[in-house]
Design a protein around this ligand. Structure first.
Ligand SMILES: Cc1ncc(COP(=O)(O)O)c(C=O)c1O
Length: 400
């Protein structure tokens, strides 16, 4: 390996959300968090960022831009940024979009909050699939729109879309938007082409606009490939695609995401309303990642494959009744520990208090997640082993 993903990088005193933001995000500031472990010993496996350094090309580009010394208002004018991302899309997803439809945002989350307001009138509804990334709910309800959910179906190790249920809900004429996640957080599914076609057709036939959140689309197990929903519906202007370098290259703090809006009116509304300023360091960082990040990403994917295999073997040996299948994508493991922990147990709190492991339990994923935890595996293997060891011990102590 050219890059050392085993290196443990100390993130103390860097204002990292993973170390400083958990009390608020995981426990809402409640007193129930009272860990047996000292604060410095907590192992963060919750928020979806990585414990790895970004690719050297990104670090170099930021240093060079920093050396320039002038950091005035910036916006993306130079076509080379769009070219770099277009080349990336062509290379990895065989997808070519119109560069005029590409805008940037400070993140997919801010884009979701804006788009829900732009697309849905006050009395209209947003349809999502559950379990779900919590911000789909927050962006909807935070904007005063009603949320409708359709549970994914779990059979034989795989989650699938309940198309009958989804269609019935999409037929409600007040449902005008769906926020779709592909690859899916938290289950890790990459939706197949026939699933994407059927889903897209239901939405388009029922005038439901789609935000396709594809932020995890580069983080695939090494044998997999990814199909952007929009590639299958090239003539439709009803699909907004959200992608970003943030997950792929561990640069979420740069706050830059790519939003592709083919609908003319919506694009014009976005351009009239959103602040177009982009952090100058973020522009060069993202461009360097898309231009020079290929071999780093290939190696990262191999390392993550190894972490998932490690988890699979560890669970088989120590918690054989855990239900887990290596996800097709993302660095997030979705594990059903219902066989070991009573239903009423708050899983986030249990593992934080008893194992000193910060992870996200079922209640953080809107609905349809009972008994599950989501564990972030984008960390050095030694850290993963330590976290799993503590979790197993905590479960064993509970049993005895
Ligand atoms: C599905 C999904 N969308 C969006 C985000 C966050 O996006 P951003 O950091 O660009 O706001 C995450 C982060 O975990 C995510 O999992």
């Amino acid at each position: 390996m050219k890059y050392n993903f085993d290196e443990i990088i100390d993130r103390q005193n860097t204002n990292a959300m993973s170390l400083g933001g958990y009390r608020n995000y995981l426990f809402g500031g409640s007193d129930a968090f009272d860990s047996d472990y000292a604060e410095a010993d907590l192992i963060p496996m919750w928020i979806a960022d990585m414990e790895f350094a970004s690719p050297p090309a990104v670090i170099r580009a930021v240093k060079e831009r920093a050396d320039h010394g002038v950091f005035g208002y910036s916006q993306i004018f130079d076509p080379s940024y769009k070219e770099a991302f277009l080349n990336w899309s062509k290379h990895y997803y065989d997808w070519k979009f119109n560069p005029d439809h590409l805008v940037t945002s400070q993140g997919v989350i801010p884009a979701l909050f804006s788009l829900v307001k732009y697309i849905c009138a006050f009395d209209e509804k947003v349809l999502i699939m559950t379990p779900s990334y919590a911000f789909f709910k927050l962006a909807t309800e935070g904007s005063g729109r009603e949320l409708i959910t359709s549970d994914l179906v779990y059979t034989d190790g795989d989650y699938t879309i309940d198309f009958e249920d989804f269609q019935r809900k999409a037929e409600d004429e007040k449902v005008t938007l769906t926020i779709f996640c592909n690859p899916h957080n938290p289950t890790g599914r990459i939706w197949k082409e026939d699933e994407l076609r059927r889903f897209g057709e239901i939405c388009l036939e029922n005038n439901v606009m789609i935000i396709s959140d594809e932020i995890h689309c580069d983080l695939l197990r090494t044998e997999n490939t990814f199909t952007p929903l929009s590639r299958l519906f090239p003539l439709s202007d009803k699909i907004i695609t959200c992608m970003a370098p943030s997950k792929t290259f561990n640069m979420a703090g740069f706050m830059i995401a790519n939003i592709i809006i083919p609908n003319r009116e919506l694009l014009a509304l976005w351009q009239r309303t959103e602040v177009p300023i982009v952090n100058p360091l973020s522009i060069v960082a993202a461009q360097a990642a898309y231009s020079h990040g290929h071999d780093w990403l290939e190696q990262l994917r191999k390392y993550l494959d190894g972490n998932f295999e490690f988890l699979r073997c560890y669970l088989a040996e120590h918690l054989p009744n855990a239900i887990f299948k290596t996800p097709e994508a993302t660095y997030l493991a979705w594990v059903n520990l219902g066989a070991y922990l009573p239903e009423e147990e708050d899983l986030t709190l249990f593992f934080a208090n008893k194992a000193g492991v910060l992870l996200e339990g079922d209640t953080m994923f809107v609905a349809n997640g009972a008994g599950h935890i989501r564990l972030n595996l984008a960390c050095p293997r030694a850290r993963l082993e330590q976290g799993l060891g503590r979790m197993v011990k905590a479960i064993q102590a509970l049993k005895s």
